[in-house]
Design a protein around this ligand. Structure first.
Ligand code: MN
Ligand code: MN
Length: 462
């Protein structure tokens, strides 16, 4: 055999996706990414992701799940989990005894939550105290324009949906850092200790209540304005979920526009991909399910997290209609835990094993195992499952790669994979490589987002 042929036959030489992308895919990718960026701008909290998903799904003929109704193949339904998570499904032509194909992503993202009694004043500033959510690098959230998104539930149960900072005429918020001139001591501290959590306070006002000589005039002025505009009082913050999230909208990055930067792409880049894949289905052979789960960033805990029985109840109801046990359905199901992974960054090459890392523009990144320090906490997909997935991708022309998060012992992380595997569902992690993950403005490559959409579609056809 010629040396050249031998090389081609034996070596797995990774190639940049643009050297393999078809012209048709390149065009469709651009259209897909425009829609994706629109989704991001409208969906800066998990609750807003649910609203966006319902809007898109209803336009494609999906209807809210009705427990009294009997569903047939081709029916399209969604289950709204407390307005913070959503499960969507297209009923397959085969019974749930042959299992479902599930794609699960999470739509919560690192952010700064307001504390239950957030408003105080200090040094003639009114400020909101925050408690950060998820794994943030605190210094990254200073001097970034922030907006406020969330829900306030009044004592009588009525709800107020609040967003301040998105419209061009809206005010925004900021946490100021120290000036370099006075930052000598701060600059000597390790990055992770220089900014302390209790100093992540949002500047919300600096004008005192007029013609008043009592205490708390700055705080009162802010409350006066909030009451005037939203009818709320200080007590209403107690039963509220208000999040300070980056105000910047999604933008194309680079002269060649091949990247997208935006807040919350972990994991909305995968959530949007699986939603778009589900919405493109007619009647799949096996029931296709798409999950937007909440609370992944804090361990998939809580009633809306993937550890909750909400998913089991929904699947159980569908199974019961078909006379199939939930256990049998799960045993024959497959789950793609669609979550982002770290993209190789030449500026931080030291934390990556360059033989086994995911690269931007190489397609959807399969991750056989996550975890930290000896795969601890990983689901670790079986070789059989990996083989099935790579075959499905290759058959449908999906550009993909395999990689792990970073060097062994450099750190690590987890996903919802282990909670799906715990249900006796074969599960594998795969998703888009991200630069600057968990920062207020994360970067992904368009090609990888689009390939994740094609990848999920290929798996829904299994
Ligand atoms: Mn994630
Ligand atoms: Mn994350």
């Amino acid at each position: 055999m010629e040396q050249k042929e031998l090389r081609k036959k034996l070596l797995a030489e990774p190639k940049n996706g643009y050297d393999r992308l078809t012209k048709q895919d390149a065009e469709q990718m651009e259209a897909y990414c425009k829609d994706y960026m629109r989704f991001l701008d409208a969906s800066k909290t998990e609750r807003e992701c649910v609203v966006s998903a319902i809007k898109l799904a209803e336009a494609k003929g999906f209807a809210a799940f009705d427990e009294q109704k009997h569903y047939h193949s081709g029916d399209k339904i969604y289950y709204n989990d407390r307005e913070k998570g959503i499960i969507l499904a297209v009923i397959g032509s085969e019974s749930l005894a042959s299992g479902a194909v599930i794609a699960g992503a999470h739509t919560d993202a690192p952010r700064l939550d307001l504390k239950p009694t957030p408003l105080y004043e200090d040094g003639e500033f009114a400020q909101f105290k925050t408690h950060y959510y998820g794994g943030i690098r605190k210094y990254q959230w200073l001097n970034v324009p922030l907006c406020l998104h969330g829900t306030i539930v009044r004592k009588d149960g009525t709800k107020l949906f609040l967003t301040i900072g998105d419209k061009p005429e809206d005010p925004q918020f900021i946490i100021n850092d120290l000036l370099p001139h006075l930052g000598r001591e701060q600059g000597k501290k390790p990055l992770n200790e220089a900014i302390i959590a209790e100093n992540l306070n949002l500047l919300v006002g600096g004008r005192p209540l007029a013609e008043d000589d009592g205490k708390n005039r700055f705080k009162l002025e802010v409350l006066r304005l909030l009451n005037e505009q939203y009818g709320i009082t200080e007590d209403d913050f107690i039963s509220a979920e208000l999040q300070a999230v980056p105000a910047m909208n999604a933008r194309e990055i680079g002269v060649d526009r091949s990247f997208i930067a935006a807040y919350g792409q972990d994991d909305r880049v995968c959530a949007y991909a699986e939603l778009a894949a589900l919405l493109s289905l007619d009647t799949p052979r096996r029931t296709a399910v798409c999950i937007f789960s909440d609370k992944e960033e804090i361990g998939s805990e809580g009633v809306t997290g993937m550890q909750s029985a909400c998913f089991d109840r929904f699947m159980g109801k569908l199974c019961k209609q078909q006379g199939v046990s939930l256990e049998d359905c799960y045993a024959h199901s497959f789950c793609l835990s669609a979550d982002v992974t770290a993209a190789f960054d030449p500026n931080f090459a030291e934390v990556f094993d360059t033989h086994s890392c995911a690269r931007c523009n190489h397609g959807i990144g399969l991750v056989k195992y996550t975890g930290a320090a000896g795969k601890s906490g990983a689901s670790d997909a079986s070789a059989e499952v990996v083989a099935m997935v790579r075959k499905a991708f290759d058959e449908k022309g999906v550009l993909w790669q395999i990689g792990e998060m970073g060097k062994a012992d450099a750190g690590g992380g987890g996903t919802i994979a282990k909670f799906m595997a715990r249900r006796n569902i074969d599960t594998i992690d795969a998703g888009v490589p991200v630069l600057g993950m968990h920062s207020p403005y994360e970067t992904t490559a368009k090609l990888d987002g689009y390939m994740t959409y094609l990848g999920v579609r290929a798996l829904f056809a299994l």
